[in-house]
Structure formats: structure tokens, C-alpha cells
Design a protein around this ligand. Structure first.
Ligand code: A3P
Length: 317
């Protein structure tokens, strides 16, 4: 068995040596299967497709980064644990939401560790569907996909990379041009959105497609929908006693941001390559903040790109 392992390791090392790697963001990115991954995470993510074992009752929260992952994790975790955990006792009071739902294959979400978790598992990923095992679709895992208007997602990405990077800040126009070429962590963003969009059309009962803006404009409706999707709909009693409102306000930007753990905590990731301050996960939480950073011309360019890439898909951003 160890010989087999060694030969497959040699094979993947030989493959890695052929993959394009580019600098520009806070850490180098490598193009693997048409997706730009942080180079220091590549080996971990390459294992996921063949080694992650999806279970029929898994729930996977999938997002393109900076689309509201932290928020979605907080909401899904709070909704699904509410019967056994009161809000006044919630682990989210002392733990950043990113920590309570592990990212498949990433630090804190090692594949061996995921095997030990009891069902149903609540998991997360930034990987495109094409880098997850095909069994995710065939066994029928439930997926909640959250996307965000690309100009806002870009501005959020740019701020975030500048915060966690150890080098000189990235100029906005340089970052913009890289993002529009599809060169950004887990990019191209359009392929990411479209893969999950198509999956939601093919498996509407099992794949819920959400937009950040939709949660901002009507959080109560989304939270109710999400609870039903997670098989834990709010009861009449809960509705009457205002539990839906409580979940929404508990997970709101303002409420989570002001917790000590989210003001001061942080984590060294993947051998110290990047440092994520919890506070950098809570920047502004607004729709349309791009106008404060991008020129009108950049906005129009991005809108044209989006129109071209999403044409005919039925997905409106
Ligand atoms: P901004 O940079 O525009 O403020 P992710 O969690 O995928 O990394 O996304 C981060 C974005 O979601 C940031 O956007 C962040 O402020 C916003 N965000 C984090 N928690 C939120 C919450 N509870 N409600 C709304 N937005 C939130």
C-alpha cells in the first residue's frame, strides 16, 4: 500500500511541476483544473476530489470567497444547532463562525478529521464543484451556494488580500485587471458561480442558490427558507416567540462584529503563509460599496464582463 501511495505522490508532484503559478495577490496562485488555488494549499485541495467521502446527509455550504461565507456559516450553524443550544450559550459567542464549520480539506478540515464527524455534517468549501468528488452530486448531498454581486465581491477581496498580505499593498487597478482575467483565489469567479448555478437547476431540491444581496434585503425570508432546506423548519411556536428574528439579529454583521473574539482573534493558516485576523472578516457588510472604491469606468467594464459570461445562463447578478 505504501508503494502505491508513493507512486501516486510522485505522480502528483510531477503534475504540480507542470502547473502555471503566478504572483500578484498576497500569495502565489497555481492553476489546477481551470481554478486558481493558493499554491501553498494546492496539495491539500488536490486530494479532495479523490479522497473526500461525501455522505448522503452532508450539508455543504459553498461560496466563492468574499461572498458572505462567514455570515452563511453563522446562520446555518445557528439554525441547525438551535434545538440543543440556546443563543445565550452559543459557541459563536466565543468562536469565529469560520471555525465552527470546517472547510473540506483545508486546515481544520483535514479529510481524516471529517471522517470522524457524526452525521449529519455541516461542511464548507470554496472549491468549485469540479474539484469536489462527483459523488457529491450522485449521492445527493445538499448544497447551499452563496454568491455576491461581483463588483462588491471584488472590492471585498481586494481589501482582504491587502489586510492579510505581508508585502506591499496591491493597487486597485492591478487587482481589478487580475480579477477580470479570472486570476483570483478560486477564480475565475464566473466559472465558480456558473457551476453551482447549473447544479442548482439540475438538482433543485438539493441545491439552494442564494445571493448575498437577497439575505441583506430580506433576511427573515431567507432564514426561514434555509431552515426548511436544512430539515429543521421553524415551528409555529418558534415563529410566535420571535426565534426567527433572534437568529437574524444574532448573526447580523453588527452583532457578530462586536464580539471580542471577532474584534481581536486571528489565526495563522497553512504553515504561517497567511494570517487572517477575525476582524478582517467583518469589514463593512454593505451592498454597493464598490462605488466608494472603483471608478465608473471599472464598474461598466465589470458589468459588461458579467453580461458576457452569464449570458443565456438565466443567472442574474
Ligand atoms: P465586505 O468586505 O464588503 O464588508 P466572506 O465571509 O465570504 O469572506 O465574506 C466577507 C464579506 O462578508 C465582507 O464584506 C464582510 O464584511 C461580510 N460579512 C461578514 N459577516 C457578515 C454578516 N454577519 N452579515 C453581513 N455581511 C457580513
Amino acid at each position: 500500500e505504501s508503494e502505491i501511495k508513493e507512486s501516486s505522490t510522485n505522480e502528483s508532484e510531477a503534475l504540480i511541476a507542470t502547473l502555471p503559478t503566478r504572483e500578484g495577490w498576497s500569495t502565489p496562485l497555481t492553476l489546477y483544473n481551470n481554478c486558481w488555488l493558493r499554491s501553498h494549499m494546492l496539495r491539500r485541495f488536490m486530494l479532495v476530489r479523490d479522497n473526500f467521502k461525501p455522505r448522503r446527509d452532508d450539508i455543504i455550504l459553498a461560496t466563492h470567497p468574499k461572498s458572505g461565507t462567514t455570515w452563511l456559516k453563522a446562520l446555518a450553524f445557528t439554525i441547525s444547532t438551535r434545538s440543543r443550544c440556546d443563543l445565550t450559550d452559543s459557541p459563536l459567542l466565543t468562536t469565529n463562525p469560520q471555525r465552527v464549520v470546517p472547510f473540506i480539506g483545508a486546515v481544520g478540515g483535514d479529510l481524516d478529521f471529517l471522517e470522524t464527524l457524526p452525521s449529519p455534517r455541516l461542511l464548507a468549501t470554496h472549491l468549485p464543484l469540479s474539484l469536489l468528488p462527483p459523488a457529491v452530486s450522485t449521492v445527493g448531498c445538499r448544497v447551499v451556494y452563496l454568491c455576491r454581486e461581483p463588483k462588491d465581491a471584488f472590492v471585498s477581496r481586494w481589501h482582504f488580500d491587502n489586510k492579510m498580505g505581508k508585502g506591499a499593498p496591491i493597487a486597485l487597478d492591478v487587482a481589478f485587471s487580475m480579477f477580470c482575467q479570472g486570476f483570483s483565489p478560486f477564480g475565475p469567479f464566473w466559472d465558480h458561480y456558473l457551476q453551482y448555478w447549473k447544479e442548482s437547476l439540475a438538482r433543485p431540491q438539493e441545491v439552494m442558490f442564494l445571493k448575498y444581496e437577497e439575505i441583506v434585503s430580506d433576511p427573515l425570508t431567507v432564514v426561514r427558507k434555509l431552515a426548511s432546506f436544512l430539515d429543521v423548519p421553524f415551528t409555529e411556536e418558534e415563529e410566535k416567540s420571535g426565534v426567527v428574528d433572534q437568529v437574524v439579529s444574532f448573526c447580523s454583521f453588527e452583532s457578530l462584529r462586536k464580539l471580542d473574539v471577532n474584534k481581536t482573534g486571528g489565526a495563522e493558516r497553512a504553515g504561517g503563509k497567511i494570517f487572517i485576523q477575525h476582524s478582517s472578516l467583518f469589514r463593512k457588510g454593505k451592498v454597493g460599496d464598490w462605488v466608494n472604491h472603483m471608478s465608473e469606468e471599472m464598474g461598466e467594464k465589470m458589468d459588461r464582463l458579467v453580461e458576457e459570461k452569464f449570458k443565456g445562463s438565466g443567472l442574474e447578478l
